[in-house]
Each structure stands twice: as structure tokens, then as C-alpha cells.
Design a protein around this ligand. Sequence first.
Ligand code: PMP
Length: 357
Amino acid sequence: IRLTRADLDALPNYVPGRSPADLARELGIPEAIKLASNEVPYGPLPGVVEAIAEAAAGAHRYPDMGVVALHSALAERYGVTPDRIVTGCGSVALAEHLVRATCLPGDEVVYSWRSFEAYPIVVATSGATSVPVPNLPDHGHDLAAMAAAVTDRTRMVVVCNPNNPTGTFLRRPELERFLDAVPDDVLVVLDEAYREFVTDPEVPDGLGYADRPNVAVLRTLSKAWGLAGLRVGVMVAQPAVAAAVRKVVTPFSINLLAQAAARAALDQADEVERRCALIVAERDRVTEALRAFLPDIPTSQGNFVWLPLGDRAVAFAKACEARGVIIRPFPGEGVRMTIGTPAENDAFLAIAEAELA
Ligand code: PMP
């Protein structure tokens, strides 16, 4: 008998990569260095662990299903009313909710490719159809081709800015031209998971477009806010879009500890800014160092750097692992390394120089 959907058999799994503990054990070293998931290396923000411990005393009760206190803090931070905020179990869950809220089976979702590996998965599992549009030779979105790929069946277009895994970014005029070109009845999702690491003033803040009726902005507390382990993603859109997404949200997706931690983290905006400045300085240092022998490294506005190694990607990632450093390979295309502490970045650069220079 077949209990499961045949159309999902060929779908790749979302693989988070090797466990640092397993690798350390295998190599017989105290600790592996994980530069694979675009996390920030500094530990939870001040006050977060205490807030979690305090909230844990109420763990026998359900959390606030309306997430009222957190939504109000997020609304204040993003300068909108709380009816325009939806939270989910990571922004990856919100991306999936958006497909479910907008698409019937066979409806199309346009996105650039290579981009965030969860897009094809959430589109397919929701019964919609992916329309991947190849990136430009500079590894960035081809917005003209993406606009041209919109058909009568298109319900959603995803723009990832800066793009994971290439770090490439869109500037204000090109993004605005694109938003104007997409029909009003197609939802444009601006995935800004890495917004806090953007330093180029020409890269627009997607929240500036969230007043448009067909725009939804995705943010996350997993990266700059240091809460990857607690799973808090945020969507900002017009109230009508927010209401539609709320209908498909799994009840109680933001658990008690996550709500408490997120509220404590949001009180630490200055510390987040300080940490992001350190990461950005390291990102630019690593980029420059790599360009000495890999001139094609694209300029990144995220907390990661893309090495377009093509067929050498898997071998290089293996060489890194053999020396206790985990990065993310994309077979046949390249590798993505997440910016860590200066010492971690130096460990990576030493391997890169030995293997690739
Ligand atoms: N969007 C992009 C572009 C990402 O890179 C990621 C995480 N890798 C996410 C969304 C999802 O992050 P989370 O589910 O942790 O919020």
C-alpha cells in the first residue's frame, strides 16, 4: 500500500548539515567549528537565558495563543500596528504558511535560483508549482526574467534580499521597478532574513514597501537576534494578508520559552547592532582575503560569503571538515561559509588558502 504522496518522493530533504559534536568525536578534537547555518557566534543576548528560566515555571500551561505581548513589541520595533504582524516557527514556517494561504494545487510560485533551499520544498509540499528563475551570472536575482515568468497561475513571487546563499543584493530602483511590474493580485514576499547585516545604503528596507497591499516582508530572530534554537519568524504585511496567513498558522507555534526569549532579545537592540558591526567587519575582511586567490567572490550583504567553486565545492567542503570546520556545500555550484568569530574565520581562511590558492 502507499500511504504517502508519490509526488514528494523526488523532493530533496532540507538537510541542516553535519553535527559539530559528531565531527569533533570523529576527528578526536575538543570542538568542531560550525560555519554552516548562518548563525551568529556570540551566544544568546543578555537577559535571554534568564527570561527563559523565568518563563519555564509556567511550562505546564499553553502559551498565549495570540502572542499579544510579543506582537506588540515587534509592532513597535517595525513601526506598524500589531494586526500587521504574524509570527511562525521560524520564517521558514511563515514561507510555507504564505504558500498555503495563497495557492491552490497547481498555482505557481516564482523565485530565483539558486536561493534559499527551503523554497522548492515548501512550495511542493503545499501542492503548488515552483517556477525557479536562474540567477544572473553575477549570482544575483534576474528581476526582469522573474517578472516575465509571472503567468495567470502565479500567486506568489519570492525575492530574497540579500540572497541566501550568494549574499547578493538588490538596490532600490530595481526592486521598485519590479514591485511596480508585478500584477496587484500576486503576492510579493520579500525575504529579509539577513536585513540586519546590510550596510549598503542603496539596499532598501523592505518594510518601506509593506504598506503595499500585495507585499509581505519576512524577518527572523534566528540570525542577528541570536535565537535560531527557539524558532521565531516574523511577517509584516497589510492586515488582510496577515489575517489570511493567521488562518493557516499552526496553533501555539511560538512556544512559551520562545515568546519570553524573543521579548527579552528585542530589548537588546543596541547589543544586536554592536554584534552585527563586528560580523560585518569580519565579512568584509574574509571577502578581501579570499579575493586574493578567488577574484570572483561576490560582495555579500549577509553574515556569510559565497565561494563559487563549481565542481570543486564538495571536495573543498570535505577538506574543511577534515580540519574540523563545517561549511555548507552546494554540489556543482559553490560553498557558503558563515562569518564566525575572528579566530574561526582565520581557521577557515587558512584552509581556503591551502586548498584553493
Ligand atoms: N529565509 C532565508 C533567506 C534563510 O536563509 C533562512 C534560514 N537559513 C530562513 C528564511 C529561515 O530562517 P528561520 O526559519 O530560522 O527563521
